[in-house]
Design a protein around this ligand. Structure first.
Ligand SMILES: Nc1ncnc2c1ncn2[C@@H]1O[C@H](COP(=O)(O)OP(=O)(O)OP(=O)(O)O)[C@@H](O)[C@H]1O
Length: 387
């Protein structure tokens, strides 16, 4: 007798979600079910990347189909992350909260810190040891890349001495202030963002001392209406000095990514960046190699490793850190930055760098999910700031 969809659905009601105590059909996690003769394909929708859960659910689905439908069925079981589908369910309490800052922790934060980041699930710092390696370019493209996948994303430019995000986002207007005296982030390219550069004259900021910077950043976290966010990306000032050290302890960071070019002097500083985060117990999600190679437009077969070959990849291996991807040196990256149109939003993703940023965003999501499964939330330290 030919197999029908109802048989498959009934079989899948035997597969329980390990945390929810309900089956995958009741939880509305099965999509795109196609049955043709003995071939069965479907997708298990998940609210976030979770490699071990995906593997376990696939195995259980296969077992259920072989037991209850046809032991010789040809199976093609896929998984997909569908953030928007589960957001409503999460809001209604039908699905567990995602991200390391679960509801209880978010409420605790709310009590302790007023509105400080109470709706933000994951906070990622983008750091570089050395200046000018493309940290802000990566921060903008990572934020927009995460948003591309359906996540709610915020971007905060804390690089007070050289804020470049307003240019890279092509937004320069002063943010509004609500009646509750909260700043309203600007909205562009599907993300909410704020930059010190929108509020503070960079010439003035140049003479700010460390505590003033930290105090300003703290204010940016506390007095901004960020709302509900899946990810808040922080573009840190370059370096690994006192300012950076204080900043990364003031905020309960979920994890950090380190950007470097493959050049020796940049790598030395990137190593210090990894060490800094380890020292304050912030998990390093991985390293990104920017300006990894150059391909001349008129000679697409040639590849020049201008700053050295695979330096960041090798350093990540040596330091036992993940390698999240490499971005080529491309004119289009520079141009899109200057025009305020992040390359990751390029239609058709023709350029290698746009593809690289999509891959990097996916890798960051994956590492974040692994980190949230394996480790407790990062503790923030209450630093007394004397301006
Ligand atoms: N992969 C790339 N290909 C081409 N140009 C790039 C690439 N990455 C960054 N750039 C360009 O290099 C310059 C410096 O980049 P960016 O401002 O992102 O660096 P940064 O590390 O944030 O600098 P700072 O230390 O000043 O904060 C910018 O003009 C940017 O457009």
């Amino acid at each position: 007798m030919p197999i029908n969809k109802q048989q498959v659905r009934t079989a899948l009601t035997h597969v329980m979600h390990p945390e929810m105590g309900k089956d995958l059909v009741t939880l509305d996690m099965i999509e795109d079910l196609i049955v043709q003769d003995s071939f069965i394909t479907f997708t298990i929708d998940l609210p976030e990347k979770n490699v071990s859960l995906e593997t376990a659910l696939k195995e259980k689905c296969e077992e259920a189909i072989r037991n209850f439908v046809d032991k010789d069925a040809i199976l093609d079981i896929n998984t997909a992350v569908n953030i928007s589908k589960f957001r409503n369910k999460e809001d209604k309490g039908e699905f567990p909260g995602q991200g390391h800052r679960n509801k209880k922790e978010q409420e605790r934060d709310k009590e302790e810190d007023g509105e400080l980041l109470s709706g933000v699930k994951n906070i990622i710092a983008v750091a570089s040891g050395k200046g000018g390696v493309g940290k802000s370019t990566v921060a903008v493209n990572l934020a927009c890349g995460l948003a591309r996948s359906g996540a709610k994303v915020g971007l905060l430019d804390t690089d007070i001495y050289g804020p470049s995000i307003p240019t890279m986002m092509d937004a320069h207007e002063r943010p509004n202030i609500t009646t509750q005296k909260q700043l309203v982030p600007l909205k562009k390219h599907g993300i909410r963002f704020l930059s010190m550069g929108l509020l503070v004259d960079p010439d003035q900021a140049m003479i700010w001392r460390g505590p003033m910077v930290t105090s300003a950043v703290k204010q940016f976290m506390e007095e901004v209406e960020w709302g509900e966010l899946d990810y808040l990306v922080l573009d840190l000032p370059p370096g690994t000095g006192d300012i950076q050290l204080t900043l990364v302890q003031t905020v309960p960071l979920t994890g950090a990514v380190i950007v470097s070019t493959p050049q020796t002097v940049a790598l030395d500083d990137a190593r210090k960046g990894v060490a800094m985060f380890k020292k304050v117990n912030v998990p390093v999600l991985g390293m990104i190699e920017n300006m990894a190679y150059f391909v001349p437009e008129d000679m697409p077969d040639k590849k020049y490793h201008i700053f050295g070959k695979h330096g960041v990849r090798k350093l990540a291996e040596r330091m036992g850190t993940n390698f999240l991807g490499e971005v080529p040196l491309e004119q289009a990256v520079r141009e899109s930055g200057d025009e305020g149109k992040p390359i990751v939003l390029q239609e058709g993703l023709e350029s290698k760098s746009a593809q690289a940023f999509v891959e990097i965003s996916n890798n960051v999501m994956q590492q974040m999910a692994i980190r949230n499964q394996q480790q407790d939330p990062t503790e923030k330290i209450d630093i007394k700031i004397k301006p």
